[in-house]
Design a protein around this ligand. Structure first.
Ligand code: ADP
Ligand code: MG
Length: 143
């Protein structure tokens, strides 16, 4: 069966609408891979989702410089060049057990496979440039 995908297009000024649509679409307990090249807009999207939820970044735990927490319900990770073994050593894999939405930049295939096998609700948002705008392709990986 073909997986359902939702494509949204937005410039910066329409990003709040896209963020709200994603919050409606993706349930609270989910891990969401944010995919796209450097400067695609992954971090900007994470910040827009936080803003739509009315959340500000909490003081980042010194142990987890790779994780930004927004209250107790939204977590954002930038895992550029951080391998699966390193994540495990740092104890970050357990972080995904916390209730809430976990947005992950640069999720690698090993982490994706681990999360899928562990039964996490796994989503993917791929950001594609379209002129000076972006297309946001939303997919539920284990629907
Ligand atoms: N929907 C959008 N439309 C136009 N520009 C955008 C959009 N989203 C992000 N940008 C711009 O793209 C640049 C890179 O964004 P950033 O979120 O840092 O990318 P990434 O985290 O993917 O490397 C920033 O200048 C940002 O303002
Ligand atoms: Mg980024």
């Amino acid at each position: 069966m073909k997986r359902e995908t939702i494509d949204l297009e937005a410039g910066l000024e329409e990003l709040p609408r896209v963020a709200e649509r994603m919050i409606e679409q993706i349930p609270e307990d989910a891990v969401i891979a944010l995919r796209g090249d450097l400067a695609a807009g992954k971090t900007t999207l994470a910040q827009a989702i936080a803003a739509s939820l009315g959340l500000e970044e909490s003081v980042t735990s010194p142990t987890f410089s790779l994780q930004h927490a927004y209250g107790n319900r939204l977590f954002h990770y930038d895992l550029y060049r951080v391998g699966f073994d390193e994540l495990a050593q740092l104890g970050l894999l357990e972080e995904f057990e916390r209730p809430g939405r976990h947005l992950v930049e640069w999720m690698d295939d090993r982490l994706k496979a681990f999360l899928a096998a562990a039964g996490y609700n796994l989503w993917q948002v791929t950001i594609l440039p379209e002129g000076d705008r972006r297309i946001y392709r939303i997919e539920h990986l284990n629907a």
